[in-house]
Design a protein. Sequence first.
Length: 109
Amino acid sequence: MNLTNIILFAGNNAQQGNGSWSSTLIFFALIIFIFYFFLIRPQTKKEKEAKKFRDSLQKGNKVVTIGGLHGKISSIQDTTVCLEIEDGGKIVVEKSAIAQFETSEKKEN
């Protein structure tokens, strides 16, 4: 039985007077429960992990931005980070733009 059949079945019972509002309320509570555990909860967990990552950034860490820039953190402000890139260049990026720590493994061709 798929979701469409369940919805139609609930609608037919309500129209015929055989169903009760309690079954409809249980159905909607189940939908809300599913949305919470499959959509809302994982998203908040992911946001907490991202915040924890941003708070763990320290001067000297080698990082990669979401744009693909590799650099070393030279200073940290409240919401921004100054990255030292190749040849001594420096750029300022938002903390939220840092995707991950740089892996030290280099691929040889």
